[in-house]
Design a protein around this ligand. Structure first.
Ligand code: PHE
Ligand code: NA
Length: 442
């Protein structure tokens, strides 16, 4: 069947997985969450969670995908654990909600491309954000973004995804390096770096537990882990590759781009006198747009930057849609085009409230990202650590060149630290979400 293609090249898979990982999470979400959560101390906790909690769960997804060669839901019966199918169902629902508001933010990006070309935000970065982020125009561009995503899906794995990713990843890195160098020349640079990069040990000790919930949500979101994307992408993989090495490369690339985004945004915050943490969900856009207006040739640079951000967002959104569509096809037997059209319509409708009110966006993000995504991660860790462990090690060891103890260590990390941290974080986040709903919507 056409739906089970394989990656044309080894590099193609890595780039597509990086394409999924690198997106609005790195460039939009990471800087403002870091700013809200206190800067450098957050960065430290976040980096630890990415490496020791996020990566191990991402590897679980690769293992399940490669062994089963199936979509997220059928993967579980295919490896002999049909009872754990719920993980796939929860993942698909999570993906659905994420995509509904991710597309709204994607629509902002399209408006920022236009705004860069026309100079619409020159002299009024804040006002422009207000205009872009709620109203009929927001809904319209949200729809446009969703249609673009559906368009990429139409090209399939090789032509659509793989080709786009090959072009994209190097361009994102190149342009961001350029902007980071520019940001370094700003008057606020030193203060920005200090806020972002030098953690105060006392703060770190006292705040680590408080930072954990937001950091864990961001770690899973940024790695595209907990939804089943990496199960789906792993299902196209051969047995002779080291999943550990691939996972490591993907994590490293994603982390570099997030860290780089911070190196751009924080100097700009301070140069513009924006107190980090005050900007909220629009902070990144306001500060970037503000920077472009002061940069010589800023309109051009801004246009290129937002085009690249759009492409990065599209490859991430694509990966989520692919999870949903392959799940619908395999459970209902309907045609790919029908499944795609139906999901896209549903995603648009569900996301509509977030196009009219930023508070809904905050709530959707909290529910999907800080609760459902982490629930998916916790279930994957429990499953792989305690139930699927022996088979998981066998599959993980294929193509592995690391020392013997590594697979066992991986299982033990999943069994205890990952389960403990995620259980704690989930309990915190659930309480938090209830509070957010009460304060912002009721
Ligand atoms: N990782 C993507 C980003 O950072 C978002 C994403 C989340 C993609 C979950 C797939 C699944 O933008
Ligand atoms: Na990411």
């Amino acid at each position: 069947m056409g739906s089970r293609e394989t990656w044309a090249t080894r590099l193609g898979f890595i780039l597509a997985a990086i394409g999924s990982a690198v997106g609005l999470g790195n460039i939009w979400r990471f800087p403002f969450i870091t700013a809200e959560s206190g800067g450098a101390a957050f960065l430290v906790v976040y980096l630890l969670l990415v490496a020791f909690i996020g990566l191990p769960v991402m590897l679980v997804e690769f293992v399940i995908g490669r062994e089963s060669k199936q979509n997220v839901v059928d993967a579980f019966p295919a490896i002999g654990y049909g009872n754990w199918k719920a993980i796939g169902v929860i993942g698909s629902i999570t993906g659905f909600i994420i995509l509904s508001y991710y597309s709204v933010v994607g629509g902002w990006v399209i408006q920022y491309i236009l705004g860069s070309i026309t100079g619409a935000y020159t002299g009024g970065a804040e006002a422009y954000f207000g205009q872009v982020s709620s109203g009929l125009n927001t809904a319209g561009f949200d729809l446009l973004f969703i249609l673009l995503v559906a368009g990429v899906v139409g090209f399939g794995v090789r032509d659509g995804l793989e080709r786009a990713a090959k072009l994209l990843v190097p361009s994102v890195v190149g342009l961001m390096l350029f902007l980071a160098v520019y940001a370094a020349t700003l008057p606020g640079a030193a203060e920005g770096y200090a806020y972002y990069l030098s953690p105060n040990l006392a703060t770190l000790r006292s705040d680590a537990l408080a930072i954990l919930p937001a950091a864990a949500g961001q770690a899973f979101f940024t790695l595209s882990t907990g939804v089943g994307v990496m199960i789906t992408y792993g299902s196209y993989l051969d047995e002779d590759r080291s999943l550990l090495r691939d996972g490591f490369v993907i994590m490293l690339a994603d982390t570099c781009i997030a860290v780089l985004a911070g190196l751009i945004v924080f100097p700009v915050f301070f140069a513009q006198g924006i107190a980090p943490g005050d900007g909220g969900i629009g902070a990144t856009f306001v500060s970037l747009a503000g920077a472009f207006t002061t940069l010589p040739g800023g309109r051009l640079v801004g246009t290129v930057f937002f085009v690249i951000l759009l492409l990065a967002a599209l490859t991430s959104a694509f990966s989520i849609l692919e999870v949903i569509v392959s799940f619908i096809i395999d459970t209902t037997g309907i045609a790919r085009s029908t499944a795609t059209t139906g999901s896209v319509a549903g995603i648009f409708v569900v996301g509509l409230p977030t196009a009219f009110d930023l508070q809904y966006l905050t709530v959707y993000d909290a529910i999907a990202n800080n609760v459902l995504l982490l629930l998916g991660g916790l279930l994957l860790a429990l499953f792989a650590g305690w139930v699927y462990a022996t088979d998981a090690v066998t599959e993980f060891s294929k193509g592995l060149t690391a020392p013997q103890f590594v697979p066992k260590l991986w299982i033990w990390v999943l069994r205890v630290p990952v389960v403990v941290v995620l259980s704690y974080v989930l309990s915190q986040n659930i309480a938090d979400v209830i509070q957010t709903i009460q304060t912002s919507l009721l």
